[in-house]
Design a protein around this ligand. Structure first.
Ligand SMILES: Cc1ncc(COP(=O)(O)O)c(C=O)c1O
Length: 419
């Protein structure tokens, strides 16, 4: 860990030195991920919620192999959602037994290698998938442990995206469970070891998170009673959100623990032999990553100053507001180097990327020191759903580099490299 006075997580000048060095050494556009910050976030999570929960990292949020390797031994489990993510987690050295596999459209060609390699749990999302997995497990001479994903009837208000509580491709609707689950339980080459719920993401309201987990506990209790199941694992799809936009506040984990703690204690007492697991991605890695884009050109257009940058939505779809945001809002961002002691007075400017489309906009009317060609802009909270959630090849500009910073040491860990 770095000294608090020179810690980029708390000292803006130290952060700027780190970001400027990363851009100078590795070029732009670039993602810079700080493992010290992830470590601190994990410690914070475990301090408040570790009494009840183990932690599983959703690889979809950041599948960078160097990051997955760093996580080995620090996190309890991985959750993957494709054969490709399974291969990445194996290449990063993860034991297949610590990996769970979610996703609503799993195919034979991805189930077979995962089941064959000793996948920890297959998270079943339908009867079709259960029958397919049963047949594959039979052929491979295995009995595959499975979790059944249930889609609750309700998701409280306050989640950025909802995967249940309405028609949804994910999991088995709770109202159909009584009919479908016994059919899964009867399949000879699958062994139901628990249940899984992931019904909402990106929530910043402690009371909505607690209300959601209450729904989970009720569904888990009812379903286990109906199936006469003594579960080994119950997965709580966490939904923990992070601040992206100016004015957002960080989620208060202490408030969550205080409100729901007694109910979790009672629930854990009801299931003494069960491992409760929080499955999440962005909470751990999102705030620990910044996206660096450099101003290539500045245009004064009909009263608006527009900084046109080398990295835009092709490298960072989420920051452009086109990845599941209803109304585009600016991410928090700053000019690396600040206002140069007042030499660059702040003004409202637009930030756009290099693409020939008006949706390639990373900021509208952002108050930043007056931008000039060559300036470096850092967009915050970009450690999750970065390159993996971006149309990297659109218009064939260079893809972003990925830089991993650990204790002041930087290395290029780019996964998809074209330069
Ligand atoms: C099944 C499942 N697990 C985990 C996650 C991770 O969500 P987040 O990154 O918001 O924690 C998602 C996100 O969509 C998901 O669908």
């Amino acid at each position: 860990m770095t000294d608090a006075a020179t810690d980029p997580a708390t000292d803006p000048a130290a952060l700027d030195r780190q970001l400027a060095e990363a851009a100078a050494r590795f070029g732009t556009p670039a993602y810079v991920y700080a493992t010290d910050e992830i470590e601190a976030r994990l410690a914070h999570l475990r301090a408040h919620l570790g009494r009840w929960f183990a932690v599983s990292f959703a690889v979809k949020s950041n599948p960078n192999p160097a990051l997955l390797d760093w996580m080995r031994g620090r996190l309890d489990y991985l959750d993957i959602s494709s054969g490709g993510e399974f291969a990445l987690s194996r290449e990063a050295g993860w034991d297949a037994a610590k990996v769970s596999f979610t996703g609503p459209a799993k195919r034979d060609a991805e189930l077979r290698p995962a089941i064959g390699a000793g996948l920890g749990e297959l998270v079943l999302e339908s009867l079709r998938e259960a029958r397919l997995a049963d047949a594959i497990a039979a052929e491979l001479g295995r009995v595959q442990p499975v979790l059944i994903r249930i889609a609750p009837a309700r998701v409280p208000k306050g989640f950025g995206d909802q995967m249940a509580g309405r028609p949804s491709p994910f999991g088995i609707d709770v109202e159909d469970a009584a009919e479908i689950l016994p059919q899964i339980a009867a399949l000879p080459n699958l062994r139901i070891i628990g249940l899984h719920i992931y019904s909402g993401t990106q929530c910043l309201k402690p009371e909505a998170i607690c209300e959601n987990w209450r729904i989970f506990m009720q569904v888990f209790s009812d379903t286990c009673a109906a199936l006469d199941l003594n579960p080994e694992k119950l997965i709580f799809g966490a939904g923990l959100g992070i601040p992206y936009h100016p004015g957002d506040s960080a989620l208060d984990l202490a408030a969550i623990a205080a409100e729901i703690g007694p109910e979790l204690d009672a629930f854990a007492a009801q299931f003494p032999a069960t491992r409760l697991v929080l499955e999440l991605g962005r909470y751990l890695v999102g705030p620990a990553g910044r996206f660096l884009t450099r101003v290539v050109s500045v245009k004064q257009s009909r009263g608006t100053r527009i900084a046109i940058c080398d990295g835009g939505l092709n490298g960072n779809l989420a920051a452009s507001g086109n990845f599941g945001m209803v109304l585009r809002r600016n991410y928090v961002m700053h000019r690396v180097g600040g206002d140069e002691n007042g030499a660059r007075p702040e003004e409202k400017q637009d930030i756009s990327g290099p693409l020939c489309t008006s949706i390639d906009k990373l900021g509208g009317s952002v108050a930043l020191p007056r931008l000039e060609e060559g300036d470096l802009i850092a967009i915050h909270a970009c450690g999750a759903y970065g390159p993996t959630a971006s149309p990297l090849h659109f218009i064939s500009h260079p893809t972003p580099v990925e830089v991993l910073v650990t204790g002041g040491q930087m290395r290029d860990v780019t996964r998809i490299r074209d330069r």
